[in-house]
Every structure is written in structure tokens, then in C-alpha cells.
Design a binder for this molecule. Structure first.
Ligand SMILES: Cc1cc2nc3c(=O)[nH]c(=O)nc-3n(C[C@H](O)[C@H](O)[C@H](O)COP(=O)(O)OP(=O)(O)OC[C@H]3O[C@@H](n4cnc5c(N)ncnc54)[C@H](O)[C@@H]3O)c2cc1C
Length: 407
């Protein structure tokens, strides 16, 4: 059997999972794999990036072991961003002008942080939080004892705030929504989260947006102004206001993009070109992008099975539930956390003194669990998540108490 060439663009979490799966399953040596990677190092565990601020080294995060890196079927070209795809010729072009032919092409280019177009966003002292290099630059610029500003109060923004705290800085978090982590949890959960992180010295500014970053006499970021008139002195600003799929290769190659960005692919992660797939955060599966690691890994597995000619399932969709320990505060959101289903009934239990909040969302029938939010105490999460979509086995209160007690 002749060997075919699989080109993977991007060596991030999804691209690497694809490589691992194809190498492991390709017993006849049917594929030669060329990975074209923009970053200066092979794939690493981006989810664990903040551990670099707690003493881990970039090497500790490496995903590829020597067995994979040394596999003769694999060639990884670092610092080789792909700049174009010629579908008719079946080739990609790299920034250095080199051209690589493919039989199958998988785009795994991830996302880029969204930086709102405010004045001063390019000043020295302004950062994003996505790569090992970003974290190194933040660490080098940190000024212990001084204030810092994180723009964005979602999952990543709070993680960045935790990182800045670890560097001895005093973070402020600026969030446009009325509460933190508004995508995952409701207002009640957000209140508990805000109180708990305020106790840690993180100051939260919700329902306002960044107006601009101003420079000091040294030309570096010195202060930020917010829409509500607040001015914060801060020599360090981290933008963490969401991500955008990196789909720049689509239009010149004549590949479709989804309405809100991302390479448009079907449930098999395939573009309209049968030789080209997209996986991970850059892929809009049936029009929808997924900004978490696990769905991207499932996509990689789906595509690997197709490349190996194995029967397999389409991308099964993603579970967006999340249980997090942010800055030492437990929060979880699962299923229809915002009670958006028509006729949904919300059952809430809040203990302000203990700093806990629990909400379950029930269907109109009052029995079927649709989702919920837990903050301050997430011990009920495994039980409730397993019951999501099913009829409750006990009244909500008993379930919350029982599950929390570990029964
Ligand atoms: C600090 C942090 C914490 C996170 N925590 C969590 C978490 O707790 N849970 C969770 O599920 N997710 C988390 N995430 C998100 C998770 O890291 C991403 O969902 C995941 O990395 C996406 O994988 P990917 O392969 O699609 O993209 P990436 O891992 O971003 O990889 C894409 C790669 O493609 C490269 N690339 C882009 N364009 C080109 C090009 N033209 N040519 C060559 N290479 C290119 C990029 O440089 C990058 O190396 C976190 C992210 C960050 C930054």
C-alpha cells in the first residue's frame, strides 16, 4: 500500500491528539504525518498553563513524549506557520515559502484571544493569556504589590487574576456582564463567587467596560479607565475577553466559515472539501465552535478514525458543564443552568452565612432535572450531573442535602 501524507496545521491540544491517534492506529504505515506548527515548542497542556506561575516549567506541560516525537512516521516543523492552502494543487505554503503536499489536511489552528479595540491596547504592559511566551512575558513584567487589571471575568479571566495574585500583584477584574462567569452560572452563583474572591483581595467591577489604557511617562501602560468613570492605576493589563477562532486560512482557500467564525465543518469535522477537516477551537461543527479542550479532543478522535478507515461515530456534541476550583472557590454549572427551557422551574437554596448557593432547574413537569448551578459547595455536582435529563429520585432539597453529604 502506498504511503499517503497527512498534513496537520497547528500543534496544539487537538492537533496533537490527532497525531497520537493516527500513529497508534495506523498499523500498516499508511500515513506519513507532517505537522506544521507556529509555536516554538511541540504541543503542551494549555489547560495547565497557569501552573507555570506556580513553579512548573514548560517541559512539565509537554504532551508529546520521546516515543511520539521520535516516531519516524512523524515530522514536526516548529515555527512554521501556514500562510495558504492551494486546494487544487493539494498543497499548503508556510511563512518561509516552503510548500508541502497533502493527501489529507487537518486544520487545528485553535483560537486567538479577543482584544477589544480600545485605545492603548498595544502599549507595553498589555498582555494576553494563551501561550507559554505570554505567561513568561507577564511574569517578567509583574510588579509585586502593585495593582493589575484583568479585562474579562470569565473562566480564563479569573484564572489570569489568580495568576497575577500568585505573582504578588493586586488584581482587579473588569466584566461587561452583570456577574462573573455569566456563561456558566447564574446571578446567584455569580454573587457567591464575587464575594468569595473579594475576600481573597480580587476586586471585581461588573456591568462596565474598559474605555482605554493610558501610558505613563515611560510610555508603558500606567492606568485604565472604565466606562463607569472609574480610573485604576495599573502597570499591567491582561486581556481575557473571549477568543476568536483562527480561521484566516479559510477565505483565500475558498473554504466556508461559520456565521460567527470558524472553519465550517459537518458532524464528521469535514469541510466541503473531502480532503480537508478542521478540529478543536477553530472548527465550527455544524456552525458551532467549542471553546474547551474536551470537545476538541473528541473531534480529533472522530477524524483519526476516518483517516484510518475505521467505522466510527460522528462528533457527538459537547458537554458544556464545568466544575471549577477558581482561586480556591468551587463553582459548577451544568445543563440548562440559566433556565432557558420554556416553562422551566428554578429551585434555589442559598446560605449567605456559609457562602453557598445551589440551584436546580426542573422541567415544566416539576420532576425532570434540566440543569443547575452550585457555588461555594459543589459536592452535589456528580450526582446532579448524572441525573440531568432524567427524573429526580428525591425532592430537590433532599437531593442537594443528601448529595452534599456524600450519600
Ligand atoms: C490559561 C488557559 C486555561 C484553560 N483552561 C481550560 C480548562 O480548564 N478547561 C478546558 O476545557 N479548556 C481550557 N482552556 C482552553 C483549552 O486550552 C483549549 O480549548 C485548547 O487548547 C484548544 O485546543 P486546540 O488544539 O483547538 O487549540 P490550541 O491548543 O490553541 O492549538 C492551536 C495551535 O495552532 C497553532 N496555529 C495557529 N495558526 C497556525 C498556522 N496558520 N500555522 C501553524 N500553526 C498555527 C497555534 O500557534 C497553536 O499552537 C484553557 C486555555 C487557556 C489559555
Amino acid at each position: 500500500m502506498s504511503t499517503r501524507t497527512l498534513v496537520v496545521v497547528g500543534h496544539g491540544m487537538a492537533g496533537h491528539r490527532l497525531v497520537e491517534e493516527v500513529l497508534a492506529g495506523d498499523r500498516d504505515g499508511g500515513w506519513r504525518i507532517v505537522v506544521l506548527a507556529e509555536e516554538p515548542r511541540p504541543a503542551y497542556d494549555r489547560v495547565a498553563l497557569s501552573s507555570l506561575l506556580a513553579g512548573a516549567s514548560a517541559g512539565d506541560l509537554a504532551l508529546a513524549g520521546p516515543d511520539v516525537l521520535g516516531d519516524p512516521r512523524l515530522r514536526i516543523r516548529l515555527r512554521s506557520p501556514v500562510t495558504g492552502v492551494d486546494r487544487a494543487a493539494g498543497t499548503v505554503t508556510c511563512a518561509d515559502g516552503s510548500v508541502v503536499g497533502y493527501d489529507a489536511l487537518v486544520l487545528a489552528t485553535g483560537s486567538r484571544p479577543f482584544v477589544p479595540p480600545v485605545p492603548g491596547r498595544e502599549l507595553p504592559g498589555c498582555f494576553v493569556y494563551r501561550t507559554v511566551e505570554d505567561i513568561d512575558a507577564i511574569r517578567a513584567a509583574a510588579r509585586p504589590g502593585r495593582d493589575a487589571v484583568v479585562v474579562g471575568g470569565g473562566l480564563l479571566g479569573l484564572e489570569a487574576a489568580g495568576g497575577l495574585r500568585r505573582l504578588g500583584m493586586r488584581p482587579h477584574v473588569v466584566e461587561m456582564a452583570p456577574w462573573l462567569m455569566a456563561q456558566q452560572i447564574d446571578a446567584g452563583g455569580g454573587r457567591v463567587l464575587a464575594r468569595a474572591i473579594a475576600r481573597l483581595g480580587v476586586r471585581v467591577h461588573c456591568s462596565t467596560v474598559l474605555r482605554g489604557v493610558e501610558a505613563g511617562a515611560d510610555g508603558r501602560a500606567a492606568r485604565v479607565s472604565l466606562d463607569d468613570g472609574t480610573v485604576l492605576d495599573a502597570p499591567l493589563v491582561v486581556f481575557s475577553a473571549g477568543v476568536r477562532p483562527r480561521d484566516d486560512l479559510a477565505a483565500p482557500a475558498g473554504l466556508a466559515r461559520a456565521e460567527r467564525g470558524g472553519f465550517l465543518v459537518d458532524r464528521w469535522c469535514r469541510t466541503a472539501d473531502e480532503r480537508i477537516w478542521a478540529i478543536g477551537e477553530c472548527a465550527a461543527v455544524e456552525g458551532r465552535c467549542h471553546g474547551l479542550a474536551a470537545p476538541g479532543l473528541r473531534m480529533a478522535e472522530t477524524v483519526a478514525r476516518q483517516l484510518l478507515g475505521m467505522a466510527g461515530e460522528a462528533f457527538p456534541g459537547a458537554d458544556t458543564s464545568a466544575r471549577l476550583k477558581l482561586l480556591g472557590v468551587d463553582v459548577a454549572g451544568f445543563g440548562d443552568a440559566h433556565a432557558r427551557t420554556g416553562g422551566a422551574i428554578e429551585y434555589v437554596r442559598e446560605d449567605r452565612r456559609a457562602g453557598t448557593y445551589a440551584k436546580v432547574v426542573l422541567a415544566r413537569d416539576g420532576r425532570t432535572l434540566l440543569g443547575g448551578v452550585l457555588a461555594g459547595d459543589t459536592r452535589a455536582y456528580p450526582v446532579l450531573r448524572a441525573l440531568t435529563g432524567r427524573e429526580l429520585t428525591a425532592p430537590p432539597d433532599a437531593l442537594l442535602t443528601g448529595a452534599a453529604a456524600g450519600s
